[in-house]
Design a protein around this ligand. Structure first.
Ligand code: ATP
Ligand code: MG
Length: 336
């Protein structure tokens, strides 16, 4: 685990998380032994290619999974309390302890209810506010997330708002009960660059003001390099490296997959944003997972042992980074 992360400062500890979906093709382990820690008041980014399990990981924490899904974990601790991953946390947990901003605001917001009603609901249920007080607080929250003329927005429906405004409304709903952890799943996907920056700045401000921790999910490692304190790299349902962002910025990462991601972004410190797309090959089929390292088939450094045996988690004594790789990148190796 990266520096500054230990059991006394961790808000969330996830060890050996497994999420299995029931599908027509059989049980599908979409998260398969993932470990991640989120220290208090810290932003941890989660990066990985499409299909690596980022959304399923987040939804498993919230217990918002398709029917029939099974979740197990060796450890799942939140705010020093042990949670049972097989049992959904009680409703009061959502919103007040952990809250989530979803990948697609149009499906997450209810299209037939006004913005005001959707912000007032959690305030009335969790904080026991009366109608008038909740409405005043809802307008205040809309103002807080940068929506102009908030009172007039309360009676509008989601489809009457722009994509950026909808995303702000969803953030207002998510922070309304001041959660300790905000999970933001690709909160700026589909928004233009200017709005994207505004939303990220908003999340940063809210996090600082409320002392929240944040799990920020993205497929864009350059974006995360600007926004987060630590990065967890997901590959085929596992977190293959968890490191301080300094190692990402300095390209001093250890796992060969993280290294390949950075090579797909020649300048991680440049403002231009590009999508991850240049690692040859594709991730393994979830129904035919290889015995050894899951990245071996795409890794130019793979040897026999990589194909035969899954690497165990290792800790870099210098940086505290955790990674699972038989032949990790040595930061002294010449950067290509
Ligand atoms: N409802 C579902 N039924 C069956 N398989 C699913 C379902 N939802 C997701 N999956 C599969 O689970 C795996 C992980 O999906 P997930 O949505 O977590 O990926 P992701 O990393 O969030 O990708 P993206 O960057 O595209 O959002 C993928 O292989 C996906 O096809
Ligand atoms: Mg996703």
């Amino acid at each position: 685990m990266p520096s500054g992360t230990d059991s006394t400062t961790d808000l969330l500890v996830v060890r050996g998380l497994r999420t299995t979906l029931r599908t027509p093709r059989g049980p599908l382990a979409v998260v398969d032994g993932a470990d991640l820690r989120v220290p208090r008041r810290t932003t941890v980014g989660v990066v990985g290619e499409s299909g690596s399990g980022k959304t399923m990981f987040a939804r498993s924490l919230m217990n918002l999974l398709p029917a029939g899904a099974e979740v197990t974990a060796e450890e799942l601790t939140f705010d020093d309390r042990e949670l049972d991953p097989r049992r959904p946390p009680h409703r009061h947990f959502w919103g007040t302890e952990i809250s989530m901003v979803f990948q697609d605001p149009m499906t997450a917001l209810n299209p037939v209810r006004t913005v005001g009603a959707q912000i007032c609901d959690p305030l009335r249920v969790h904080q026991g506010m009366g109608r008038g007080v909740a409405r005043r607080r809802a307008a205040e929250l809309l103002g807080h997330v940068g929506i102009p003329a908030p009172w007039s927005r309360l009676d509008q429906y989601p489809h009457e708002l722009s994509g950026g405004m909808r995303q702000r409304v969803m953030i207002a709903v998510a922070i309304s009960c001041e959660p300790k952890l905000l999970v933001a799943d690709e909160p700026t996907t589909g928004l233009d660059v200017t709005v994207q920056r505004q939303i990220l700045a908003l999340l940063r401000r809210l996090k600082d003001e409320h002392g929240m921790a944040m799990l920020l999910i993205s497929h864009d490692i350059a974006l995360l390099a600007d926004e987060v304190d630590q990065v967890g790299v997901m590959y085929a349902g596992q977190v293959v490296e968890h490191t301080d962002v300094a190692q990402i910025r300095g390209k001093a990462v250890r796992h060969r997959y993280t290294r390949a991601l950075l090579q797909a972004h020649p300048d991680v410190n440049a403002p231009a944003r590009t999508r991850l797309e240049s690692i040859p090959g594709g991730p393994p089929d979830l129904l035919a997972m290889p015995e050894g390292c899951r990245f071996a088939a795409r890794c130019e450094h793979a040897r026999e042992i990589c194909r035969a045996t899954a690497p165990q988690p290792t800790r870099d004594p210098r940086t505290g980074a955790a990674f699972t790789c038989h032949f990790p990148h040595e930061p002294a190796e010449e950067l290509v």
